[in-house]
Design a protein around this ligand. Structure first.
Ligand SMILES: [Zn+2]
Ligand SMILES: [Zn+2]
Length: 152
């Protein structure tokens, strides 16, 4: 990562700490380290990759250490879990929980986040017509990103 990229991560971590404080929660040093690793990753990162990387800065980190930190970060809307990839990405909109759809490129593995309220509402209504009360309407769409489509 470049020096400029690192400064960007530091600024994002500071914004995340402020967002947690507004929620009455604390972005502890451990949570901050795990969020930093998610931010520094080139793409979606799994819990085990995070554990490996965390062990370089925190000897003795065990899986529950990482899982608890990830739980906290999910709860405060700082990261998202991609079910399809069983991996995590930073939230593009630090610190506000929101409906999200993810565009997963099969060629380069990049993931883009979009927030389409109308699409989420349409799914809730479609579920309601079946008498189903939707709790979560995360959508993961697989395909080819714009950059890969141009390169093809
Ligand atoms: Zn998000
Ligand atoms: Zn791509």
């Amino acid at each position: 990562m470049t020096a400029k990229g690192r400064r960007g991560v530091t600024a994002q971590l500071d914004r995340a700490a402020e967002a947690c404080a507004r929620d009455g929660a604390e972005l502890t040093e451990l949570r901050r380290s795990v969020l930093g690793l998610v931010l520094e990753a080139d793409g979606p990162v799994t819990a085990y990759q995070l554990l490996d990387r965390l062990r370089k800065i925190r000897k003795g980190a065990v899986p529950p250490t990482v899982y608890r930190a990830l739980e906290f970060l999910l709860e405060h809307g700082l990261i998202h879990r991609l079910e399809r990839l069983n991996a995590f990405i930073p939230c593009a909109e630090t610190g506000h929980r929101h409906v999200a759809q993810f565009l997963i490129c099969r060629e380069c593995g990049s993931v883009a986040e979009i927030e389409d309220q109308a699409a989420a509402r349409a799914l809730v209504h479609a579920a309601e017509r079946k008498g189903f009360r939707a709790r979560d309407t995360v959508v993961e769409i697989e395909g080819t990103c714009a950059a890969c489509a141009r390169a093809a």
